[in-house]
Design a protein around this ligand. Structure first.
Ligand SMILES: [Zn+2]
Length: 262
């Protein structure tokens, strides 16, 4: 009796020790992968990349990244311009958009867009909301991105159009409605307002946003000239999409090298 009691006791202690060690190892690995200072620096530069590539709208527009394993996110404050974001001015918000860290500067009233995207899409690690003129013009005409250029292909069958309202997204309910319309897509066009781009990294979201505005501008050139005669075939779309996606890292590094604050 004594023997079995001791054996079971030892087994319980051993199991507990093993699980604690396991948890500790997992946490350490996750923490090692997440370098907060480096990510904040990257986010600040990402805003400037967007500003230099068709997304500038003075103080408007914002980007965020998710703190891994949570629904908290680092985001631009409303007091800096898109082309002047610095990492020390970023703010950390929780999933209800309450400030929980960072500079203490004012948050954007549309921060709910980001919060609701992170809640709805566990795969999403970065969110952009901006007001690029060409993509917004297409949305206002009730149009989405068509396969008229190689810049456009990554959005084919990966976009949605939000037509319910052009109003600013100022509460969780409106943000959730936007996320619902986005669905599993990477791009949401909002009529008379702007766009939301999501990605599994800052790099992926930014490069897609830059391609988006280029593709939208090209589409409008075609519209102004009477409409395009040709568009890419399904096979061409697939090939170009894979090609573009494989170039994300290199393209982002190039774009980031052209911004030089900090
Ligand atoms: Zn907006």
């Amino acid at each position: 009796m004594n023997f079995w009691r001791k054996t079971i006791g030892l087994l319980v202690i051993f199991t507990l020790l093993l699980s604690f060690t396991g948890i500790a190892l997992t946490t350490t690995a996750a923490e090692a992968e997440y370098n907060e200072a480096a990510m904040k620096d990257k986010l600040a530069k990402a805003h400037r990349v967007l500003a230099m590539n068709g997304h500038d709208d003075w103080l408007y527009g914002h980007m965020s990244f998710r703190v891994p394993g949570t629904n908290n996110f680092w985001i631009k404050s409303s007091t800096q311009s898109l082309d002047g974001v610095t990492s020390d001015a970023l703010i950390l918000l929780d999933s209800d958009c309450n400030p929980i860290g960072g500079s203490g500067l004012k948050k954007h009233i549309e921060a709910f867009i980001h919060a609701e995207m992170y809640k709805a899409r566990p795969d999403v690690m970065a969110v952009i909301h901006t007001h690029p003129p060409n993509a917004t013009a297409l949305a206002s005409m009730g149009m989405m991105i068509e396969s008229l250029s190689n810049d456009a292909v990554m959005f084919i069958n990966d976009q949605a159009l939000y037509t319910k309202t052009s109003a600013l997204i100022t509460n969780a309910e409106m943000g959730a409605d936007l996320a619902k319309t986005l669905g599993k897509n990477r791009l949401l066009l909002i009529r008379n307002h702007g766009i939301v781009m999501v990605g599994d990294s800052i790099e992926q979201a930014v490069v897609a946003a830059v391609f988006l505005e280029k593709a939208a501008e090209f589409q409008i050139i075609c519209l102004q000239a009477g409409g395009a005669k040709y568009s890419a075939s399904d096979k061409e779309i697939e090939r170009s999409r894979n090609n573009r996606i494989s170039q994300t890292k290199g393209m982002y590094n190039y774009l980031e090298s052209k911004v030089s604050l900090d």
